[in-house]
Design a binder for this molecule. Structure first.
Ligand code: ZN
Length: 120
């Protein structure tokens, strides 16, 4: 999570909303990403999407089964859906996002670590 926070700080220095993400594969950092919507003129360039794209390109496969994603802020629905498509094994995030659009139903009190189960 420290590495994800470093990415968030870098995003903030770039005048982006400070969110960072790191993808871990086999116990090692496989890809890093941070918010880049403003700089890229891309509404989908959330930290999680950036890191998923990088990891997919690096591994030559959009499926990232067995990988864990660490992100500094609770993901939005778009990012959560992308994690399911990528077969991310586990999501860990640091801070809840109380704004509408986060993936966690408001009525639940889930922990901040999720095991993502995708259909095969
Ligand atoms: Zn998102």
């Amino acid at each position: 999570m420290e590495k994800a926070l470093a990415q968030a700080k870098a995003a903030g220095r770039n005048q982006e909303v400070p969110v960072g993400a790191v993808l871990v594969r086999d116990g090692r950092i496989w890809a890093r990403g941070r918010n880049a919507m403003i700089g890229r003129n891309d509404p989908t360039a959330h930290a999680e999407m950036v890191v998923l794209r990088r990891a997919g390109r690096k591994g030559g496969n959009y499926r990232l089964g067995g990988c864990d994603l660490y992100v500094t802020l609770e993901p939005c629905l778009m990012c959560y859906s992308a994690m399911v498509q990528a077969r991310i094994r586990r999501l860990v995030y640091a801070a809840d996002d109380p704004r509408p659009g986060s993936f966690r139903p408001a009525s639940t009190t889930w922990s901040r670590t999720y095991t993502i189960t995708a259909s095969r």
